[in-house]
Design a protein around this ligand. Structure first.
Ligand code: F6R
Ligand code: MG
Ligand code: MG
Length: 373
């Protein structure tokens, strides 16, 4: 039987602004998902936060886009949003853009990444979750991991990876996908995914056997809602080892910080800062954009757990090996913030269309006159 790993996330309210998800909301989610384990709907779960986003990591046998699993996530978010409302937390229910569930959370606000696969003898998976940025923030990371032999030695050394990988890329404006194969089409792939405003990698498969290797969320809240409703803080699942990139190859791109769109008001370029779970909260200028990575083992349909049934979670980016990237992120942050609202610290005009800036500019419209020659 195939196992499905599903992560569904939403911002349903946070503490003292868009900073982090406090314990009472995580507890609501833990209770709901425990009940779902008891009824057999899901096999295991882990609830955590990436900044102000509530993250529901689940394993089950229901396949991708399962209505039951998506409904469970939706109802869990609703319950957590109600709790957030009662506590008068900030932005209660922010990402739940619809009142009615219609079979799948895609298109309703939450972000989703899912992978269904036949378990190997041992199946390590890395779960990435980022806050104050957008799904295309993973373009750079996934390219480095699956297409760059200077990052991933396995592309050169491991015969199972020698045929390369296939990347599915979503054009978020046209809502169309294209699949490109590396190494043959790496330049074309870069031609697309370098434009992070429009193109995002949604899936990666190993070319040799078309085995799923990675899956990323692709929600564009502004395109769903037609207005700015926060950034689409993304999640991504990556399979590791034994014919996939090693854990260390998956994390290697985070030796350095890199710039992503998002940060304050979803309107600025900001440095992605790798952090451990204890530092998964956004502070400085509502950031810097942060990424956490959890290492899990998928075993017999579950997240491998201890004798008490607690999932075994490796909090990968808390490691001192990422201190340099954290310092680089702060260096970049201090350069960018000195520029205030001047481009390129602020996003360009087409990205700003999806923020609250146009409302401000509209007020000035009537005051524009022809220049006196
Ligand atoms: C970015 C984000 C925050 C808010 C900012 C203003 O994704 O969520 O940076 O945009 O804190 O929030 P409001 O308008 O709710 O005061
Ligand atoms: Mg928020
Ligand atoms: Mg968020």
């Amino acid at each position: 039987m195939k196992t499905t790993v599903t992560i569904i996330k939403a911002d349903v309210g946070s503490l003292a602004g868009h900073s982090f998800v406090p314990r009472p909301l995580l507890e609501v989610a833990e209770r709901r998902l425990s009940e779902a384990v008891e009824t057999g709907l899901i096999n295991s779960f882990y609830v955590f936060n990436a900044g102000d986003d509530l993250e529901l990591l689940m394993t089950h046998f229901k396949g991708e886009s399962s209505e039951e699993v998506h409904r469970l996530a939706w109802e869990t978010f609703k319950a957590a949003a109600e709790k957030a409302g009662r506590l008068k937390l900030y932005g209660a229910g922010q990402d739940l853009l619809s009142d009615a569930f219609s079979g799948n959370v895609r298109g309703l606000g939450p972000g989703v990444a899912e992978m269904e696969f036949e378990e190997r003898r041992s199946d390590p998976v890395v779960v990435f979750a980022a806050d104050k940025t957008e799904p295309a923030a993973f373009n750079y990371l996934l390219y480095r991991v699956f297409a760059d032999p200077f990052n991933t030695a396995g592309l050169v050394i491991d015969p199972k990876m020698a045929m390369g990988f296939e990347f599915e890329v979503l054009d978020a404006i046209e809502n169309k996908t294209v699949t490109l194969k590396t190494p043959e089409e790496s330049y074309s792939l870069l031609a697309l995914i370098g434009t992070t405003e429009r193109y995002m990698i949604s899936r990666v498969w190993r070319s040799e056997d078309h085995e799923i290797a990675a899956s990323s969320s692709t929600t564009k809240l502004s395109l769903i809602a037609g207005k700015y409703v926060g950034k689409d803080d993304p999640v991504c699942l990556v399979r590791a080892q034994a014919g996939f990139p090693a854990l260390g190859e998956i994390l290697a791109p985070l030796l350095h910080s890199y710039l992503v769109a998002g940060w304050m008001r979803g309107s600025h370029w900001g440095p992605l800062m790798p952090v451990g779970l204890k530092d998964s909260r956004c502070t400085l200028f509502d950031g810097p954009p942060r990424i956490v990575a959890l290492g899990i083992q998928v075993a017999d349909g579950k997240i491998a757990s201890d004798d008490e049934g607690r999932p075994l979670i490796a909090d990968l980016l808390g490691d001192p090996a990422f201190d340099q990237a954290r310092w680089e992120a702060l260096e970049l942050a201090s350069h960018l913030r000195r520029m205030g609202e001047f481009e390129p610290a602020r996003l360009g005009p087409s990205a700003m269309e999806y923020t609250t800036l146009p409302q401000v500019l509209k007020r000035l419209e009537a005051r524009f006159k022809q220049p006196s020659s």
